[in-house]
Design a protein around this ligand. Sequence first.
Ligand code: NAD
Length: 373
Amino acid sequence: MLCPSICKKGAGKMKYKIAVIPGDGIGPEIVSEAIKVLEKAGEKFGFQLEYTKLLMGGASIDVHGVPLTDDTIAAAKASDAVLMGSIGGDAKTSPWYKLEPSKRPEAGLLKIRKSLNLFANLRPAYLYEELKEACPLRDDIIGGGFDMMIMRELTGGLYFGERRTTLENGIRKAVDTLTYDENEIRRIAKRGFDIARKRRKKVTSVDKANVLDSSRLWRAVVEEVAKEYPDVELNHMLVDNCAMQLVRDPGQFDVILTENMFGDILSDEASMVTGSIGMLSSASLNETKFGLYEPSHGSAPDIAGTDKANPIATILSAAMMLRFSLDLDEAADAVEKAVKQVLREGYRTADIMSAGCVQVGCRQMGDLIAERI
Ligand code: NAD
């Protein structure tokens, strides 16, 4: 897992091991299209991917009774990167949600992040010129567009702290705890500054330092890390203000660096500001090159099996995998360029359809993008 299992074989092609988790709902459909595009990129740029299919979420519950097995974790660890669709079903109708919370599909997601030490979650929110109409903000707010990266801490804080529900004198009481130590903060901050260095060199660290001790520590450690990056501008913003600024002036942000729960909420808000959830990719990284790549959206059980899903978020996640885990930047650029070209030519899936464009299904969208690589 520590370094890509690169081996030169036959015609000298670079080979990498990719664990593939199709997941539930539209997961298998969108992952197939991403693989189609990766295969085309491999042909063009001379690399070969070897896929191992793994079960997680509802698909794993159906076979193993649990959302994630130790064997699956071991197989993921033995790969160079993991490409995932999305997991979960309809909470009202799916039998998976009759299980206790620790056995439900989403528990697999938390467990794989922790087991693979994926502490840094990257979610770009980018406004495509061609999809400006889908953006719910006014033209004068959008201005020249926006291009931000939300860097969310993923394995600490409130979601991983101790929690309990008790009954005290007939009154139900629930407690969650939010803990961070300085090492957890330092490693994510460094990642944030490194990414900012490759972009527009600006970090906005988001916290609630006027109330929370964990945020005050967050702010102090981020300031220490900033000293190692004098070329990167740092500003701090309270999370409530950031939620407002995202819809008031999204163009001001480059890298938003924040803790787990704030990042969960802000990254969804940023996604919605782009107006097209089916377009947004994500990467979750550990301290090495290894990462798990998945779309930001869920498993969309309402459209599963109808060929209506937009595969672009997953295809762009695959491009992030090429860039961050496999160092195949040229191939990653080509995939991103192909996506832009298809949009420029007016092809749209139903979720991003607008007047005058040509509506296509999930499979055709995958074909169109692959053809343009
Ligand atoms: P969702 O993102 O699956 O769907 C929200 C809406 O967006 C739906 O109308 C859906 O049809 C649409 N949509 C989502 N992705 C789309 C795509 N690629 N193309 C076209 N339309 C798309 O969110 P939800 O309905 O709240 O959740 C459904 C399931 O997904 C739940 O079980 C939830 O827990 C799970 N989920 C999983 C992940 C993950 O795997 N990382 C993330 C979020 C939600």
